[in-house]
Design a protein. Structure first.
Length: 135
């Protein structure tokens, strides 16, 4: 099942690269619980419907989106519930300027009608070492 889980994540990321809102949302659970956290404190989404305008805004702002090869990928699960923790590079263009960074995701997936769907997720853009402090 790890390969099937990885395929869902791959397909979600490729849909994002293609700026395909429907493709991104097709990998999201239609059942509760559902929650997706972004990097910013106001990015808390409790349904796939709430993500559509977020994806639309991303795709209006960014072009040439490219995910790199996974730097870290770990999956753990059972027959109907899985957890993924991963990190990969991301390159995109904003206002003609190329941006490079690292993106981290945590995904929980569950089986719905024999297909893996993302039901919980958290994405973050880590900062360089020593640039973030709790002091």
């Amino acid at each position: 099942d790890e390969q099937a889980i990885r395929q869902v994540i791959d397909n979600f990321l490729r849909s994002y690269e293609r700026q395909d809102e429907d493709g991104c949302l097709a990998h999201m659970s239609s059942e509760k619980p559902f929650m997706f956290f972004g990097t910013n404190s106001n990015e808390v989404f409790t349904s796939p419907k709430e993500l559509r305008p977020v994806f639309a805004k991303d795709f209006r702002t960014m072009t040439d989106i490219q995910w790199g090869e996974y730097r870290h990928f770990s999956a753990l699960g059972s027959s109907n519930l899985a957890q993924v923790l991963m990190e990969l590079p991301l390159t995109f263009t904003v206002q003609g300027k190329k941006q490079d960074g690292i993106f981290r995701f945590s995904f929980a997936l569950k089986k719905e009608k024999n297909q893996w769907k993302i039901c919980l997720a958290m994405g973050s853009i880590p900062q360089a070492p020593e640039t973030y402090s709790l002091q």
